[in-house]
Design a protein around this ligand. Sequence first.
Ligand code: ZN
Length: 453
Amino acid sequence: MINKFDLEKIGEEMYELIRELYPINRSITGDGVRKTLKILQKKIELKIHEVPSGTKVFDWTIPQEWNINDAYILNSKNEKIVDFQKSNLHVLQYSIPIKTRIKLDELKNHIYTLPKQPKNIPYITSFYSKNWGFCMSHNEFLKLKDDEYFVYIDSKLTDGSLTYGEYLIKGKTDEEVLISTYVCHPSLCNDNLSGPVLATILAKYLSKHDIYYSIRFLFIPETVGAITWLSINEDKIKNIAHGLVATCLGDSGISTYKKSRDGNNIIDKIVEEVLIESGEPYKILDFWPSGSDERQYCSPAFNLPIGSLMRTPYDMFNEYHTSADNLDFVRKDCLSNSFSKYLSVIHKLEKNHDNFKRKKSVLENKETSKDDPVFINLFPKCEPQLGKRSVYENIGGQKDQEQLKKKKGIQWILNFSDGKHSLRDIEKKSKLDYDLLLSMADLLNEKKLLSEI
Ligand code: ZN
């Protein structure tokens, strides 16, 4: 086990790495990801992969590469009222280039704010629909006068590639532990930088030790990166014996474990043991089909034994996806505490490997009835791309509560329509209204994403 003094040094090292990576403008593609991975290469011999734009990965296509030099809004007095150089969160990610004069009324259609957190700049993306926009604090937004503005976004969308990093520590066996983290958020510390930093320092630490399992570390853009890796590495999936998605590891909240989809894998038991033995408060949550890349690893066709060990989960802290998730929000002692828990999980897996038997899920034959239909997801490998099928247009464009519920319903149905969970089972798991689930199942049926058995 690691001593207190070494753990303190690890906390310092993790925090310093976050500080170095924080200013970089990352996205799901582009030079920010490359720059980030190059910095991580100073710690571990990370292999960098480039997958060309346009490559089909399951139901998705790798988008064009996005890069940006500068962006701002000037008022009629030539004063910069929004400046990308001050915060990269000011630009809607994947904004197309724009250079035009515009009236306030029209400008308002391209501005995103958080009225409930008026001091903070939101982090907003538009990866798959062409748009441009700026994000700003609601307080600054309220100061905008009826004026003519000059908006400028010097960005480029080109056929390039999606970049990801991979580092494999060869153990005594080909059986693998997968530690997956993402590297696609701009200046955001807890969600996102705490994950890649923990993975890097853990990889550096473990690379100096003899281990039984091979440990694969992935540094990918969230969602499309996980889909890409699974799509081009289908032959490696069978080796994955256990895994964790590393995210949100530096805040002062208690440790939270989101179980794997089946919920009874060895990784689930081992993480629980580590949390109990820590003597600190913790929370264990059953799998739910939104969140981070466990959505892809635990999609019905793969159903991998992968959970997610974090502190406060993504959308459960106020600072999430805002400028308040900054260098003050993450703490050295919390980072090192998360590190020691990950290390304990690996140690316990090592001890446990003799008992290792990969659980094969057994399909129960469900009686089907008209009142309780059972569906099969026709795109069980990762998630189907809903945007290109206009699924969201069919459930309303506003981000209101009703639309969020429908979106959740769609995620639950797609993840659990594996032929062994009926719609009533999904109702029980999701705690969503049955009629809502039924109407979403009808919609997915119509879009040829589901079929009834
Ligand atoms: Zn995020």
